[in-house]
Design a protein around this ligand. Structure first.
Ligand SMILES: [Zn+2]
Length: 220
């Protein structure tokens, strides 16, 4: 079976996302770049509306940059345009995880970006997790707004919707979604305590430099 390893990895990551409580039911989606064919990006992406725990690797569709099916019988995620737009804009990104985790979604509903309040958020997500303006689920409008708000960082919130985490691997993309959820929880609790200040600017600058270094190819 073509791209078996990548499709298995997408499935494993989607199951981990579900089991970690980042989504309910069939919500969320996961993709990875599988190949460049004649200069085109192909991606393996979770199918739409299927329970993650009963899927098989051969159920994971492979699509091209136009969203056309290359492999697989099941229709791809309804957020395929979002994934395609991010891969087009960010050649450094090789994997994407989209979740609806509750604390990060609360920030997304409130329109509150998660500021650099924790060292690890800057080192692994690249700084403030911005909120993309609202876009209708599955639309090109949502995809464009998400790409703009993501910038050169590894995470973005989608207004009234959820979280997108990106990385050079599926593990990184999932880890950044978990980190954003934890940071959102800490941010909300700190605000409830009455004070959620940012890190000192010099720490943010130093940690941004570490982030940029880690984004280079070959770094872990
Ligand atoms: Zn969603």
């Amino acid at each position: 079976m073509e791209w078996l390893e990548e499709r298995q990895a997408v499935l494993r990551t989607a199951q981990s996302m579900f089991q970690a409580g980042l989504v309910l039911g069939t919500a969320g989606n996961v993709s990875v770049r599988v190949n460049q064919r004649e200069g085109r990006t192909l991606l393996a992406i979770t199918p739409t509306q299927r329970p993650y725990l009963t899927l098989r690797p051969e159920d994971i569709p492979v699509i091209d940059e136009e969203g056309e099916a290359i492999l697989g019988d099941l229709p791809p995620s309804s957020e395929s345009l979002l994934h395609i737009a991010i891969y087009r804009a960010r050649p450094d990104v090789h994997a994407i995880v989209h979740t609806h985790s509750p604390y990060a979604s609360a920030c997304a509903v409130a329109g509150l970006a998660i500021p650099p309040i924790l060292d690890e958020l800057v080192v692994y997500a690249g700084g403030t997790v911005e909120v993309a303006p609202y876009g209708f689920p599955g639309s090109q409008d949502l995809a464009d707004k998400a790409v703009y708000a993501l910038g050169d960082r590894c995470a973005v919130l989608l207004r009234h919707h959820g979280v997108v985490g990106v990385g050079r691997s599926l593990e990184q993309a999932l880890q950044v979604c978990l980190l954003v959820e934890r940071a959102a929880q800490v941010f909300i609790l700190a605000r409830l305590l009455g004070n959620a200040p940012c890190l000192p600017p010099e720490a943010v600058e130093a940690e941004r430099a570490i982030y940029i270094m880690r984004q280079r190819p070959g770094q872990t």
